[in-house]
Design a protein around this ligand. Structure first.
Ligand SMILES: *Cc1c(COP(=O)(O)O)cnc(C)c1O
Length: 410
């Protein structure tokens, strides 16, 4: 057992390059971050260890839709942290019922099941769909199949990467669970052709985020809804990134005027303070779980519930979905009018825009960082623009100015 002198220096004693060296020496290299060492953040802006400010156009993959360190969520977190943080669900706590009530009031779903990370909620939805298939639909045990989309992203567990079409997400990690079938995204006929008697659900992102902000043809979800009704399948929307205001509505499925059977949320559910996720569905579906079927030590803990309630209240009080719609329309129009040779496509919904280039996106993100704008490439050639939804129009315009300037210089 090594004896450690657990160093007492604060980050103030270390330089950016010393911190980066520590991270790279002792941490697994499962990310390739831009070399900006953030020490503070507020609203749409972050500050690095040298005091340089950056406008955040990623918002932690839409986990901070409410803006960094939102004071109302911070206050709720501090207040709850002083009272009780974790009871485990061996006992009840006074915060979980209130989160259930708020989720029901805001979304209309009959029941919720709280988890922590997004992918745990996806796994929970998969378990619910399979057990619903067995106990409600009558699909023979162990044969349920779930249809998933090409280029999906639902997280990183073994089951979930097992049905990814991205070879890097899977390579080296098999064997994988069976019971999933991939069909091309946006293609209703391909889904129709894949439905079999043992199909229990369709799992879909209403807009594919990681894939590069891919918006399906209008009416896609409506047609999936009809297919699901016709064949007694569950429509399960992964709204972890598209939900909670990002596309200009509370949920992206609202653009098609439908309701899924299962809605999976995470990311902005905590405004970036704490991992909180949930599965929302009817009593018929979430009712398949009986005590002992499923659980999580931290899921539904009182700190998470207090934070999530405050984060949801900010979305409503600040009308963030409407802001996303307005600011998104402005940003999309500006980028679409740029007419630069490197831009292949500009697409999006609300303040969530994919800028597809015919050059590598990483050097552009590096150049933007030098100008004080934080963006991240997704895949090789797409820049995902997803600022906090509370961003001011002036700041948004400034960020777009930087993108225009960098593209003109490259
Ligand atoms: C981020 C994301 C997930 C996974 O969430 P984690 O909290 O990283 O596990 C799942 N689905 C979608 C659509 C996401 O964007």
């Amino acid at each position: 057992m090594p004896t450690a002198d657990l160093a007492s220096e604060t980050t103030a004693a270390l330089t950016a390059s010393e911190l980066i060296a520590l991270e790279d020496q002792y941490g697994a290299h499962n990310y390739h971050p831009l070399d900006v060492v953030i020490t503070h953040a507020s609203g749409a802006w972050v500050t690095d260890i040298d005091g340089k400010r950056y406008l955040d156009f990623l918002a932690a993959y839409s986990a901070v839709n409410q803006g960094h360190c939102h004071p109302a969520i911070l206050a709720a977190m501090i207040e709850q942290a002083r009272k009780v943080t974790l009871t485990s669900r061996a006992f009840r706590n006074d915060q979980l019922p209130l989160l259930y009530r708020d989720l029901h009031a805001l979304t209309g779903f009959e029941m919720a099941l709280p988890m922590n990370s997004g992918v745990e909620a996806v796994e929970t939805a998969i378990k619910a769909a399979r057990k619903w298939g067995l106990t409600v639909k009558g699909v023979p045990a162990g044969t349920a199949e779930i249809l998933v989309c090409g280029n999906n992203f639902h997280g990183r567990t073994i089951a979930v990467v097992g049905f990814s079409s991205e070879s890097q997400y899977k390579c080296g990690f098999g064997p994988f669970p069976t019971g999933f079938k991939q069909v091309p995204f946006g293609d209703v006929e391909a889904i129709r052709a894949s439905i079999k008697p043992n199909t229990v659900a369709i799992l879909v992102e209403p807009v594919q985020g990681e894939a590069g902000i891919i918006v399906p043809p209008a009416g896609y979800l409506r047609e999936l809804r009809e297919l699901c009704d016709e064949h007694d399948l569950l429509l399960m929307c992964d709204e972890i990134q598209s939900g909670l205001g990002r596309t200009g509505k509370l949920f992206a499925f609202e653009h098609d005027n439908i309701r899924p059977d299962v809605c999976i949320i995470g990311k902005a559910l905590s405004g970036g303070f704490y991992p909180v996720s949930a599965v929302l569905a009817s009593r018929e579906i979430l009712g398949v779980f009986t005590p002992g079927d499923h659980g999580s030590t931290f899921g539904g803990n009182p700190l998470a519930c207090a934070v999530a309630r405050a984060a949801l209240k900010v979305l409503v009080d600040e009308d963030l979905p409407a802001r996303s719609a307005d600011l998104g329309a402005y940003a999309l129009a500006r980028l679409q009018s740029l007419n630069l040779p490197q831009i292949v496509a500009v697409r999006g919904k609300g303040l969530w825009i994919g800028l597809e280039l015919n050059i590598k996106a990483r050097p552009i993100c590096e150049a933007l960082k030098d100008r004080g704008l934080l963006c991240k490439e997704t895949h090789d050639t797409v820049i995902r623009l997803a600022p906090p939804l509370m961003i001011s129009k002036e700041d948004l315009a400034w960020g777009l100015d930087q993108i225009e300037a960098v593209l003109k210089a490259n």
